[in-house]
Design a protein around this ligand. Structure first.
Ligand SMILES: NC(=O)c1ccc[n+]([C@@H]2O[C@H](COP(=O)([O-])OP(=O)(O)OC[C@H]3O[C@@H](n4cnc5c(N)ncnc54)[C@H](OP(=O)(O)O)[C@@H]3O)[C@@H](O)[C@H]2O)c1
Length: 331
């Protein structure tokens, strides 16, 4: 079986560029007992992938010349693993490649009766919809009395997080870059207000969008945006650190929040989380999301780039603001 994989050829110094990655062709060895041969159908383009390009990364460091980490869905083309057969759809750590040979025990067989397999990377995905749900429901414990702000709101996690908070009855304000994303947040995602952080007046826009202050900040970005929202938080606010995409391409130290004294002044809390903390709750979270999707209360637009050669460019789009909703590559 022939495979084309994307490997890391050089560690980026700051912003990731397409030339940091290169395509390599290989022949995959025959299956050993317990293994499965897969044709990859969709790869999830996630912000965490960029962090694996650096030494000492939380999610593990990508080796030079090694396939880039990526979650994906695939079709079984051959199996020596009991429980998986030719034609089954699976989810797992595919890596950025067209084909994969993996132990069957590392794969989750997908039920395609209600939703297509690629939804397990997006609205039902561990690093997307399930992260948004866990952060809003389990960590922030959002209620109808809350004014909720979400950063990177037009991205994958952000688009879901806004809708989860709306479904819990909150007033929701999305922050994203540019007029097209503001329009998307208001007209596709159903935010009550949207703020363009690339415009010069972020603080004024935030004050106008949240005249009564902010009860919950679901932060995907960190840096200057975190600092701007901290100035607007209410008494007992919950600042939830989901991620800090503005810091993943830094060359020096992480920029911590300058305005963190607002936390004690407002008797507020700042809580971080990883979705893995809620592993015991995954079935419950997937069931709740599926119900919302089927009832039309939760949707996640997808942007699908075709061809494994598009994977390097797709990864750069996450940091240049070049996509809306869930970014996928169909190799
Ligand atoms: N805690 C967890 O378990 C967990 C799990 C999965 C993901 N995450 C986090 O969730 C966040 C979103 O990840 P995702 O994979 O869904 O990506 P995404 O939101 O689809 O893409 C990243 C978005 O970040 C925005 N962005 C990039 N650089 C920025 C900057 N310097 N300043 C402001 N905004 C910037 C871009 O939108 P604009 O055009 O608006 O700039 C882009 O759309 C990341 O922080 C990620 O680490 C956390």
């Amino acid at each position: 079986m022939k495979n084309t994989k994307v490997v890391l050829q050089k560690r980026p110094d700051g912003a990731v560029s397409e030339s940091d990655m290169v395509l390599v062709e290989e022949t995959i060895a025959p299956l050993e007992p317990g293994e499965v041969m897969l044709e990859v159908e969709h790869l999830s383009v996630d912000a965490f992938i960029r962090t694996t390009f650096d030494e000492g990364a939380f999610h593990g460091t990508a080796g030079l010349g090694q396939p880039i980490m990526a979650l994906g869905t695939a079709r079984v083309v051959d199996s020596r693993f009991e429980g998986l057969n030719q034609g089954d759809a699976v989810f797992g750590p595919m890596g950025a490649q067209t084909h994969a040979k993996l132990p069957g025990a590392m794969l989750q067989k997908l039920n395609e009766d209600e939703l297509p397999a690629r939804c397990y990377l997006g609205v039902l995905g561990l690093a997307t919809g399930m992260t948004a749900y866990a952060g809003m429901v389990k960590v922030a414990q959002v209620s109808k009395d809350d004014t909720v702000v979400v950063s990177a709101a037009a991205g994958a996690v952000g688009s879901c997080a806004c809708q989860v908070a709306k479904n819990l009855g909150a007033r929701v304000i999305g922050i994203a870059g540019g007029a097209a994303k503001v329009d998307y947040l208001l007209n596709e995602i159903g935010c009550d207000a949207a703020v363009d952080y690339k415009a010069p007046d972020l603080a004024d826009q935030l004050a106008e969008a949240a005249p009564d202050g902010v009860d919950v900040f679901f932060d995907n970005v960190g840096g200057d945006i975190l600092d701007a929202v901290l100035l607007q938080i209410n008494e007992r606010a919950r600042v939830i650190i989901c991620g800090a995409v503005s810091q993943y391409e830094r060359t020096g130290d992480v920029q911590g929040p300058t305005n963190y004294l607002k936390i004690p002044e407002k008797n507020a809390s700042m809580l971080g989380f990883t979705v893995m903390r809620f592993a015991e709750d995954y079935p419950e979270i997937q069931a709740a999301i599926t119900e919302w999707v089927l009832s039309g209360q939760l949707k996640l637009p997808e942007q699908v780039e075709s061809g494994i050669d598009q994977f390097p460019r797709a990864l750069t789009l996450l940091f240049s603001g070049g996509h809306m909703g869930k970014l996928l590559v169909a190799p």
